[in-house]
Design a binder for this molecule. Structure first.
Ligand code: COA
Length: 700
């Protein structure tokens, strides 16, 4: 993409003499950005525009054209694109709207445009975009109000207008960019193409994205994973809705929504997810300039006790811990600081500190081996000049390049010059402890991702694939997608997932002999493809301990079900061994349109949806990902043995998750699965899947 970002020659097709038109702004922005290459305005009605010779069409331009920015009305775009192809143009930046985003004719037009792009071996940004900026070339091929500051953050945005807002705000916040791309409808070049190009771009240290949709989540995870090992990617996802959840029949579907799939995908790819625009940039400025510290390698320094406490509180709440200083550091601090100072982390040099005391302390902390990052918080007292502190920080950063330094100068106008000085010298500046803490957390998360060992995928071999195939064939033959509980349990058993002893009884007599064989007490449940939530229709009876009770329960269940769902097809009643009490967990699987199969683990039982204590991950999972999945839930604390309670059989739970992972890999046609509850017993005593729902995809 060098010819896009550093073109030797650029044409603006639809350049206008009218200052109110986009074609005018783009040409003006290119000129004002200081672009040094050849520039060709194209307009059939103009001799010259903004003092530059104009050409009636692309083919009249004497030299080669690397990149053509297209700003003519939609109906002319295809002709212009064809002409660009004939001319040998390499990249088109199509600003024009009126394509896929308007539907109908627009969709057709976009397809045609893409055909031309492919035919002439060109590439395209857009259509329906704001354009492209490279601050290092420099070139501004957008119609934004201003050029970006030079810096090392690359920003890719699916919303063009948002870029203009970000540019304006970033100018005030002194944030610099290497490149900015508005990808518009991303008909040809997508966020992935740019992410990969920016990985090789020496001017880019962190890659930022604002996206509303990712068309192929599986491909995104695969390609982005390779990038994040080299450069951090931070994403703000817009348009996060729960749409689609209603359609799902299982708990998992209702709890997952679309956010979970994106989050799971981004986690797998090592992408840092921001929850707001300001968070996106708080992460970015730190990740673009500072080495990532260890979770327990953080020191806090301030001239205000309150700022020390506030910052330490937020850091701890975020799961970070403060570094423990070595004895040399403590000795040194005792010498250089007054007795009123706090010398253990956080370090308070107290309000009467001057710049020398503050900076001397900072250097002492940087010298400590246990410290990877120092957060320099400042309150604007009359005794300290923020600019002096800034200069000192910049100097110390040069001396200690492997330590992270982040400034948290809390306040407002007092820091105008200091903020600019710090940001110009690549020290992240924040005006609030919370923003500073967010940034540090981003750095720590990235460090942990980089340190993460390569996951090894394990295949579970001792499974009975043939048995599962047989069951699925029967379900398909009957034209069903929802499996009966007995079928779902047989599938689980074939994959080594423990289920209670069960028998599908067709009559009360049948049920009695099943119960006698299995042993009391038993549970009895209706088996019907038309009933997913059995409790709601009186389709379950538990604690049955005699043949008389079995007979009564059988008849009552059939009566209840016939009353509530008169046309339900009844296959019989499942007689099942009643399981002992244990910790109730849930395991679920759904299939996301973009990211594929998503697995859920968390607190199970009847309060699942109330507590919402669940975590998600994408399938396939490595063992480490399963451990991480379990560890992200509150129920895991109980499983580990909470407050003197015995620890549960986590090993077996991990094994069950691994087996479900294998089942979905082998049978991706399973699109929904719910095990609730999966009862987990004390360590060594295993677990058992009490209720299982399974749904197959519609197409065979
Ligand atoms: N080759 C070269 N120049 C051409 C041309 C062609 N085939 N056809 C028209 N032009 C010239 C016109 O003469 C005009 O120049 P002039 O003002 O000097 O006469 C200029 O190109 C623009 O054409 P015009 O018909 O005036 O269109 P416009 O400026 O009103 O609108 C767009 C053009 C592309 C801006 C408009 O169609 C559009 O898509 N707007 C939305 C853009 C947008 O929002 N994008 C997404 C941002 S996030």
């Amino acid at each position: 993409m060098d010819k896009l970002f550093h073109p030797s020659s650029v044409a603006v097709v639809g350049a206008s003499r009218n200052p109110n038109k986009i074609g005018f702004s783009i040409l003006k922005n290119i000129i004002e950005s200081g672009y040094q290459g050849s520039l060709y305005p194209v307009n059939p009605n103009a001799e010259e525009i903004l003092g530059i010779k104009a050409y009636p069409s692309l083919k009249n331009i004497p030299g080669d054209v690397d990149t053509a920015v297209i700003v003519v009305p939609a109906k002319y775009v295809l002709d212009v694109a064809r002409e660009a192809g004939e001319k040998g143009v390499k990249y088109l930046v199509v600003i024009t709207a009126g394509f896929k985003e308007v539907g109908g004719e627009g969709i057709k037009r976009e397809k045609e445009l893409l055909k031309i792009i492919r035919e002439y071996n060109m590439h395209m940004v857009g259509p329906n975009c704001l354009g492209v900026i490279d601050t290092h070339t420099p070139i501004n091929m957008t119609f934004a109000q201003r050029m970006a500051r030079k810096g090392h953050i690359a920003f890719i945005s699916q919303s063009g207008a948002l870029v203009t807002a970000v540019l304006d705000w970033a100018a005030q916040a002194k944030i610099g960019f290497s490149k900015i791309v508005s990808i518009g409808n991303k008909a040809d070049l997508t966020e992935l193409d740019f992410i990969e190009y920016f990985t090789r771009d020496p001017e880019t240290n962190a890659i930022l994205l604002y996206v509303e949709s990712i068309d192929n989540g599986v491909e995104f995870v695969e390609r982005a994973s390779k990038v994040t090992k080299k450069k951090p990617i931070i994403i703000l996802k817009g348009g996060v809705t729960e749409a689609g959840a209603k359609a799902a029949v299982s708990h998992t579907g209702a709890l997952a929504g679309r956010v979970a799939a994106y989050e799971a995908g981004f986690r797998k790819a090592g992408v840092i997810m921001a929850s707001s625009l300001s968070e996106l940039f708080d992460y970015a400025v730190a990740l673009a300039s500072q080495p990532p510290p260890r979770r327990n390698g953080i020191a806090v320094l301030s001239n205000a006790g309150g700022l020390c406490i506030l910052t330490a509180d937020i850091l701890v709440k975020k799961g970070l811990s403060l570094a423990t200083f070595g004895s040399d550091t403590i000795e040194k601090l005792k010498k250089i600081l007054p007795p009123t100072a706090a010398i253990y982390n956080p370090v308070d040099v107290v309000g009467d500190s001057d710049a020398a005391r503050y900076l001397n302390t900072l250097e002492t902390l940087l010298n400590d081996e246990s410290v990877d990052a120092v957060l320099t918080l400042l309150a604007p007292t009359a005794l300290i000049d923020p600019l002096d502190i800034s200069k000192g920080i910049v100097e110390l950063k040069k001396k200690y390049p492997n330590k992270a330094l982040l400034a948290g100068f809390v306040g407002g106008p007092s820091y105008h010059d200091a903020a600019e000085y710090l940001m110009d010298n690549r020290i992240p500046f924040y005006n609030m402890p919370a923003r500073l803490a967010t940034a540090v957390l981003g750095l720590v998360k990235y460090r942990e991702y980089l340190d993460r060992p390569r996951y090894k995928h394990v295949t579970v071999e001792d499974v009975d694939k043939e048995r599962v195939k047989q069951i699925i064939n029967i379900v398909r033959k009957e034209g069903r997608t929802v499996l009966l509980e007995s079928e779902a349990k047989s599938i689980a058993a074939a994959y080594g997932i423990p289920v209670p002893k069960f028998y599908l009884a067709k009559s009360p007599i049948d049920a009695i002999s099943a119960a006698e064989y299995i042993g009391y007490p038993v549970v009895m449940k209706i088996v019907s493809p038309d009933i997913l939530h059995k409790t709601d229709v009186g389709g379950i009876k538990a604690g049955i301990s005699s043949s008389e009770e079995v007979e009564d329960a059988y008849e009552e269940i059939i009566m209840n079900v016939t009353k509530y769902v008169p046309r339900a097809k009844i296959y019989g009643v499942l007689v099942e061994k009643m399981a002992d009490k244990g910790v109730e967990t849930i395991i679920g699987v759904t299939k996301d349109l973009q990211f594929g199969h998503l697995i859920m683990f968390g607190s199970g039982g009847i309060y699942t949806e109330l507590f919402k204590d669940v975590a998600f991950s994408l399938i396939p999972m490595a063992r480490e990902e399963i451990q991480d999945l379990m560890g992200r839930t509150k129920i895991f604390n109980i499983l580990r043995g909470y407050r003197g309670m015995p620890a549960s059989d986590i090993k077996r739970l991990e094994d069950i998750l691994l087996r479900i992972n294998q089942l979905i890999i082998d049978f991706p046609e399973i699109v929904e699965l719910d095990i609730n509850p999966l009862r987990v017993y004390e360590a060594g005593r295993g677990a058992i899947a009490l209720d299982i729902k399974m749904v197959l995809t519609k197409e065979v």
